[in-house]
Design a protein around this ligand. Structure first.
Ligand SMILES: CC(=O)N[C@H](C=O)[C@@H](O)[C@H](O)[C@H](O)COP(=O)(O)O
Length: 239
């Protein structure tokens, strides 16, 4: 229990950088993600969020920060893809993840696995748990089950949650007001001011991923800004 609390405390009021590249992305590969994590540590991150046992292992040996592990895995017929079953939890524990994050939405998990099983397995094991939620009710349910913290990760990624381009600050604020466990702001923050706002609203910590570690998306934002200027000037490019 002591270790569990220490890990959570290390994240307090800090920036967690999500270092993830999926197969097919230019930076895919554990070695690349370990370098990203080292850069994040140098820049002042307090923790890393990483996908896959290989990435967790590589990152653990490259940085001294706590690593929140997930495994994104698709199972036919299930919409739950972030650490869906106990199999992924075991792989992450084996890899040395300090905290494990998982889908904590109301959606049906594959292989007959339940959210209750995941949370009780992690708490019996003394491992810190992060519940990725999309709406307030899921956050309340996750807290009642005994998770260590809640993250707003999945807002906009379930069909019944608010669909918007930017971060869901309303959900963050309501969760902070309602819960006793730490609430982490995660998802769609691309500017430092948004992270600042999340902190002002009472977030325990903030997770930023794509805006730091997916250069193809960062490039796309800059390139789109130039295209917009060109279009406004009537210089529409043929491509
Ligand atoms: C919805 C989902 O699958 N989110 C994933 C969760 O680990 C990652 O793809 C995100 O990059 C991460 O949540 C950080 O968010 P953003 O990249 O928007 O800063």
């Amino acid at each position: 229990m002591g270790t569990l609390n220490t890990i959570i405390q290390k994240l307090h009021h800090g920036l967690i950088v999500s270092c993830q590249a999926l197969p097919g992305e230019p930076l895919y590969g554990a070695e690349m993600m370990a370098r990203m994590a080292a850069a994040a540590e140098e820049g002042g991150a307090v923790g890393i969020r990483a996908n896959g046992a290989a990435d967790v292992r590589a990152i653990k040996s490259a940085v001294s920060l706590p690593v929140i592990g997930i495994i994104k895995r698709d199972y036919p017929g299930s919409a739950v893809y972030i650490t869906p079953t106990l199999r992924e939890i075991e792989e992450l524990l084996e890899a040395g993840a300090d905290m494990i994050a998982f889908d904590a939405t109301g959606q049906k998990r594959p292989e007959g696995c339940t959210l209750e099983q995941i949370v009780s397995f992690l708490s019996r094991n003394g491992t810190a748990s992060m519940a990725d939620i999309s709406i307030l009710e899921e956050a309340i349910h996750a807290e009642a089950l005994g998770v260590s913290c809640v993250s707003t990760t999945l807002s906009g990624y379930t069909p019944y949650s608010l669909q918007q381009e930017g971060p869901n600050f309303e959900l963050l604020q309501k969760a902070v007001e309602r819960l006793s466990v730490p609430v982490i702001a995660e998802g769609r923050m691309i500017e430092p001011d948004q992270v600042r706002k999340a902190m002002d609203l009472g977030a325990y910590a903030a997770v930023v991923g794509s805006a730091i570690t997916r250069p193809q998306l960062i490039t796309g934002r800059f390139a789109a800004a130039i295209r917009r200027v060109e279009m406004n000037n009537g210089n529409d490019r043929p491509d």
